[in-house]
Design a protein around this ligand. Structure first.
Ligand SMILES: O=P(O)(O)OC[C@H]1O[C@H](OP(=O)(O)OP(=O)(O)O)[C@H](O)[C@@H]1O
Ligand SMILES: Nc1ncnc2[nH]cnc12
Length: 153
């Protein structure tokens, strides 16, 4: 969720946030060190600090769209969207959205998947922030960027 180069080096909030994330070895399969953010959600200070760090970084940057990746981007994205005055757009797993969608398939650490977004949720020229809990291979994040990049008038 964070990179040390993001101007946060030495920020005391980071250590507490890091400690609040439980690491579960070999879940959901052998060799994966699963970063479990549900324990972060149980700690209101660490949870709020996490949201605040993003809000402080991305407010006043003319961002009108916060796009959250299902499922864990849905846990952080809406709070960030409300605080920076942007709309929240879900990037959902297949067959979850009832309207017309555009889709992007991708590979991840343990399988393949697809993200979908409602057509019309984002307009051409809008500036978007993509929120998720974690980047592993980067496949999910790349698919989210491609999806947002296909928006047409
Ligand atoms: O960088 P990547 O290799 O693409 O992996 C990162 C993605 O994997 C996890 O979600 P997951 O696909 O497990 O879905 P879930 O949150 O719906 O369980 C995580 O929340 C990211 O979205
Ligand atoms: N190591 C990991 N922890 C949590 N979610 C993940 N998604 C892909 N790799 C993961």
């Amino acid at each position: 969720m964070f990179a040390a180069e993001n101007g946060l080096r030495g920020d005391p909030r980071l250590e507490a946030i890091s400690e609040a994330i439980r690491v579960v070895p070999h879940f959901p399969k052998q060799g994966i060190m699963f970063q479990d953010i549900t324990t972060l959600l149980l700690d209101p200070k660490a949870f709020k600090d996490t949201v605040d760090i993003f809000v402080d970084r991305y407010r006043d940057m003319d961002i009108s769209v916060v796009a959250g990746v299902e499922a864990r981007g849905f846990m952080f994205g809406p709070s960030i969207a409300l605080a920076i005055g942007a709309k929240f757009v879900p990037l959902s797993k297949p067959r979850k959205l009832p309207g017309k969608v555009i889709s992007e398939a991708y590979e991840l650490e343990y399988g393949t998947d697809c993200l979908e977004m409602h057509i019309g949720a984002v307009q051409p020229g809008e500036r978007a922030l993509v929120i998720d809990d974690l980047i592993a291979t980067g496949g999910t994040f790349s698919a989210a960027i491609r999806l947002l990049g296909t928006v047409q008038a």
